[in-house]
Design a protein around this ligand. Structure first.
Ligand SMILES: *[C@@H]1O[C@H](CO)[C@@H](O)[C@H](O)[C@H]1NC(C)=O
Ligand SMILES: *[C@@H]1O[C@H](CO)[C@@H](O)[C@H](O)[C@H]1NC(C)=O
Ligand SMILES: *[C@@H]1O[C@H](CO)[C@@H](O)[C@H](O)[C@H]1NC(C)=O
Ligand SMILES: *[C@@H]1O[C@H](CO)[C@@H](O)[C@H](O)[C@H]1NC(C)=O
Ligand SMILES: *[C@@H]1O[C@H](CO)[C@@H](O)[C@H](O)[C@H]1NC(C)=O
Ligand SMILES: *[C@@H]1O[C@H](CO)[C@@H](O)[C@H](O)[C@H]1NC(C)=O
Ligand SMILES: CC(=O)N[C@H]1CO[C@H](CO)[C@@H](O)[C@@H]1O
Length: 453
């Protein structure tokens, strides 16, 4: 399976290979260090580089070589440190998202950002990049040991690893006895890691807080939970807005996998909260079975971004908790989740389908409630782009199941309720009065009795 992915990647990458930025750039007279460019004829050294970015020069990397004196650089040991580790680079080029991520971090917080450049070791074939991972993790660990020697606290170190880089971060954390502050894995790599032992891959023991954002679990990403909190975005496999056909080329291959990075960058740049909800599966989540964060997070829902422990206020975090959320198709990706329910006045001996649309001044967002036959209650999650209190009206459309041998009932009667997640402890919902009648295939609109606090 790995070989297959690889050959697909190669074919497309070669067709689309484009030259990347050169080795150094210049900014207002200073020399700025940049990522190296490795060609397909790899060298025999890993050539790991550490590039420092600070708030005072977020676009200008400062090269810190392994034997350099960090004290001479603009590294500020009283600030937190974020270490970014990229993954497999088929063509040995600089990752296109690095600058966006560095800027987004420095936009929100005054920290030291270190981008680890290991393009030399990450290029060529995926399995050889994987073979270089231990050596890479050792040199990052040595670098961190130097920071610790300067008086930097381990808890102030946060590793952000992308794909293969997430497992590198796990190894680094493992070498430091799991005492570093935080590791964020952005779609941790799946091939060669799904069946690896926890020592070889990212796992909750690698740092005081480990989180992972899964966006391509059926391809390049890992299927299993690897952190304290594991976000399965839109189920963790296929992302809205990503092409579903191979004819889209490179985008088709990489779009779901890279969505984790774009989502994370967006969460740092925008204030709209990207909350997620613990649940056993994506299907249970969509079916409205997981509507709060009481179990196991004691009411605080995890939020993608830089909040301490993702905003979960618990002394001892449980491990490998799968949390679910939906997103929109493009940045800033945030949606609000509402539970929508329809209760029939009398049960029917066929399945009942009702299309629900939330209309605001600027958006229409829909979901379909399905009520199983011989039951009265149907519920579903509806993702909407403005808060529930800004929804002006809800449109309900009953979709009769007319078969040529039997006509379905021409209308149904029942009660509609909605509530935005997380529901409060009383499960309070806003409801339309009883006995609304829905004629078949006809939009019926009501004002929704919810007001902004
Ligand atoms: C390091 O950061 C601290 C906290 O923001 C600040 O007070 C101090 O001036 C910084 N040191 C240098 C050398 O910039
Ligand atoms: C929606 O449009 C109406 C009429 O133009 C306006 O009064 C209302 O404030 C708008 N609502 C929002 C949430 O923008
Ligand atoms: C939402 O749907 C209504 C009814 O179909 C339509 O009139 C309106 O233009 C739509 N609004 C948006 C923002 O798409
Ligand atoms: C839940 O219901 C109880 C009893 O009716 C009430 O005292 C409490 O304020 C309600 N809590 C919320 C969050 O609405
Ligand atoms: C629904 O309407 C019928 C007829 O108007 C009425 O008898 C019944 O009580 C109503 N049901 C509810 C739950 O309000
Ligand atoms: C019913 O509402 C939906 C969603 O707003 C819209 O797409 C559709 O065109 C409407 N249909 C009719 C017949 O008005
Ligand atoms: C740069 C580097 O060390 N690359 C090594 C990565 O792993 C492969 C496979 O073991 C080696 O051939 C490379 O030399």
């Amino acid at each position: 399976m790995v070989g297959d992915l690889e050959s697909k990647l190669f074919a497309v990458l070669f067709l689309l290979s484009t030259a990347q930025a050169g080795n150094t750039g210049r900014l207002s007279g200073h020399h700025c260090a940049d990522f190296q460019t490795a060609n397909i004829l790899r060298g025999s050294k890993l050539k790991v580089q550490f590039l420092l970015f600070t708030s005072s020069s977020p676009s200008c990397g400062e090269l810190i070589l392994a034997d350099d004196d960090i004290k001479k650089s603009s590294f500020n040991s009283s600030l937190e440190t974020k270490i970014i580790i990229h993954g497999f680079r088929a063509l040995g080029t600089k990752p296109s998202w690095i600058e966006g991520l560095v800027h987004a971090i420095l936009h929100t917080s005054q920290v030291n950002v270190i981008a680890v450049d290991w393009v030399y070791g990450s290029t060529g074939a995926y399995p050889s990049a994987v073979e270089n991972v231990t050596q890479l993790a050792l040199s990052i660990s040595q670098f961190i040991s130097k920071l610790l020697a300067l008086g930097v606290s381990g808890t102030s170190i946060h590793i952000i690893g992308v794909s293969l880089g997430a497992h590198v971060g796990g190894l680094v954390g493992h070498f430091h006895g799991g005492q570093l502050g935080r590791i964020t894995g952005l779609d941790p790599a799946g091939p060669k890691y799904t069946r690896a032992s926890p020592e070889e891959r990212l796992d909750p023991g690698d740092a005081l807080f480990v989180e992972a954002i899964h966006t391509d679990a059926d391809n390049f990403g890992i299927r299993i939970p690897v952190g304290h909190i594991d976000y399965f975005v839109n189920g963790g496999k296929d992302q809205p807005g990503c092409p579903r056909f191979i004819s889209a080329g490179y985008k088709y291959l990489i779009c779901d996998h890279m969505r984790a990075v774009h989502l994370y960058v967006s969460a740092l740049k925008h204030s709209c909260p990207i909350l997620a909800f613990p649940c056993a599966s994506h299907q249970d989540f969509l079916n409205g079975h997981c509507v709060d964060c009481v179990d196991p997070f004691l009411f605080s829902c995890p939020r993608i971004g830089l909040l301490e422990q993702a905003g979960v206020e618990m002394r001892k975090l449980p491990k490998e908790v799968k949390v679910y959320l939906m997103t929109s198709t493009s940045a800033p990706f945030c949606v609000h989740h509402s539970l929508v329910e329809f209760q029939l006045q009398t049960k029917r001996n066929v399945v009942t389908s009702i299309e629900i649309t939330f209309c605001s001044n600027s958006t229409n967002d829909s979901a379909k409630i399905t009520i199983p036959k011989l039951q009265v209650m149907g519920k579903q999650l509806l993702a909407h782009r403005v808060p529930l209190c800004q929804i002006n009206s809800v449109t309900l459309k009953y979709l009769p199941k007319n078969k040529f041998w039997r006509k379905d009932e021409s209308s149904i009667v029942g009660k509609f309720c909605a509530a935005q997640l997380p529901l409060d402890s009383n499960r309070t919902m806003s409801c339309l009065p009883w006995n609304i009648t829905l004629p078949g295939n006809t939009n019926v609109s009501y004002e929704l009795p919810a007001t902004c606090a």
